[in-house]
Design a protein around this ligand. Structure first.
Ligand code: PEP
Ligand code: MN
Length: 340
C-alpha cells in the first residue's frame, strides 16, 4: 500500500497516521522526494484501506500488489514526465532524442558532434566520461578532466548532457557538469549507487541489466525512488540471450510492457540493443512505434575511428537520416494513427 501525504501535513497528523498504520501490522518506509511525500506500507495481512484514506493529512491511499511500489502504474494513472529546464521527457511530450559518442574522446570530437546535434534539433548529448569496459586494457574514458570540456562545449551549443556515473564517489564530481545521470547496464543492480542517486536532485536514466528481467529493472528504479528521487527514466538496451547474430537482443516487448507496468518514461537504446550500425535505425523506429518516450543512440563523425563501440555508431549522414525518419514517424503516429 502507498499512502500519499498532503504537502502540508502537520507533524502531529503524520505521527498519528504512522501510529495507526503500525497498529494495523504494517512495516513502513517513509519516502520524501522532490515532488511528494509517501509512506510505503507492507504487510502480510490485508486491511481496509478506506480507514487510512480518511486520516487527516492523507491525500490518497493505493493498493499496489507489485514487488515494486512507487514506480508502479498501479497507483499513478497519469504517466510521469521529467523536466530538464525547457525539455520535457515522457508524460505525452514529444519523442525525445539523445545522441552522441559512446565515449568522450577530445574537444575536437565533442565539438563536431555537438554541432551535428544542434543542427538536427537533438536536445541532449550523450557521452561517457567514465567508461565501464569489459577489458581493463580498453580505453577507460577521459575521467574527471573531460567533464569541464564536455560541459563547456555542450552549453555553447545549447545541449543538455547525459553521462554515465559508475560509482557513488563520482556523483558529486559530476553533479554540476551533467543534466542527467546514466546508470549503465553493468551497474543496474549496484544498490549502493542507486541509493546514492536517490539523494540527488537530477534525473537518472537507468539501463536494464545485461541479464536483467523487467521486474528487476523496476525494482532497481524503486531503489532510486524510495531513496528520494522520482526523476527516473527507464532504458531498454537489449539483454544477453543465446543469439549471436547481434551484440544483444533488443527486447521490443519490454518497451510496451514497461509502459503498462510503470508510470515512468521509457527510453530505447537501439545502439547497444542490437550493436550493429546498419540495423540501429530500424530498431529505433520500432521502439517509437512500441511506445518509447525517447531514444538514445550513438553517433560519431568517424565511427571507424571511435575509441569504443564504433561498430554500432552512426555517422552524421546516417544519424541525420534517422532523426528525420523518427520525426516523421512521430508525427504520423500522433496524427494519422492518433496513437498518442
Ligand atoms: C553506453 O551507453 O555507452 C554503455 C556502456 O551502455 P550499457 O551500460 O547499456 O552497456
Ligand atoms: Mn557504448
Amino acid at each position: 500500500m502507498i499512502i500519499q501525504l498532503e504537502k502540508d501535513i502537520t507533524a502531529k497528523d503524520k505521527e498519528n497516521t504512522l501510529k495507526i498504520i503500525k497498529a494495523e501490522g504494517y512495516s513502513i518506509t517513509e519516502v520524501k522526494t522532490q515532488l511528494g511525500e509517501y509512506l510505503v506500507c507492507l504487510s502480510k495481512n490485508d486491511s481496509d484501506i478506506r480507514k487510512m484514506g480518511n486520516l487527516p493529512g492523507v491525500a490518497d491511499v493505493h493498493r499496489v500488489s507489485d514487488s515494486y511500489k512507487l514506480v508502479s502504474a498501479k497507483w499513478k494513472l497519469n504517466n510521469s514526465s521529467i523536466t530538464v529546464e525547457d525539455l520535457t521527457i515522457g508524460g505525452g511530450a514529444d519523442f525525445t532524442l539523445m545522441a552522441g559518442p559512446c565515449a568522450i574522446e577530445n574537444e575536437e570530437q565533442v565539438t563536431a558532434i555537438a554541432k551535428h546535434l544542434q543542427a538536427n534539433g537533438v536536445p541532449v548529448m550523450r557521452g561517457g566520461i567514465f567508461k565501464p569496459r569489459s577489458s581493463p586494457y580498453s580505453f577507460q574514458g577521459l575521467g574527471a578532466p573531460g567533464l569541464e570540456m564536455f560541459h563547456r562545449v555542450c552549453k555553447a551549443h545549447n545541449l543538455k548532457i547525459i553521462s554515465e556515473v559508475m560509482e557513488t564517489a563520482q556523483i558529486d564530481q559530476m553533479h554540476d557538469y551533467v543534466d542527467i545521470f546514466q546508470v549503465g547496464a553493468r551497474n543496474a543492480q549496484n544498490f549502493n549507487l542507486l541509493h546514492a542517486l536517490g539523494k540527488t536532485d537530477k534525473p537518472v536514466l537507468l539501463k536494464r541489466g545485461i541479464s536483467g528481467s523487467i521486474d528487476e529493472l523496476l525494482q532497481s528504479a524503486e531503489y532510486i525512488f524510495s531513496s528520494g528521487n522520482e526523476k527516473i527514466l527507464l532504458c531498454e538496451r537489449g539483454i544477453r540471450t543465446f543469439e549471436t547474430a547481434s551484440r544483444n537482443t533488443f527486447d521490443i516487448n519490454a518497451i510496451s510492457i514497461l509502459k503498462t507496468k510503470s508510470h515512468l518514461p521509457v527510453i530505447a537504446d537501439p545502439s547497444h540493443g542490437i550493436g550493429i550500425r546498419e540495423h540501429v535505425p530500424a530498431i529505433a523506429l520500432a521502439s517509437l512505434m512500441a511506445g518509447a518516450d525517447g531514444c538514445i543512440f550513438e553517433v560519431h563523425e568517424k565511427p571507424e575511428e571511435a575509441y569504443s563501440d564504433g561498430q554500432q555508431t552512426l555517422n552524421f549522414a546516417e544519424s541525420e537520416s534517422l532523426i528525420k525518419k523518427l520525426n516523421k514517424l512521430y508525427r504520423f503516429k500522433k496524427t494519422e494513427l492518433a496513437l498518442l
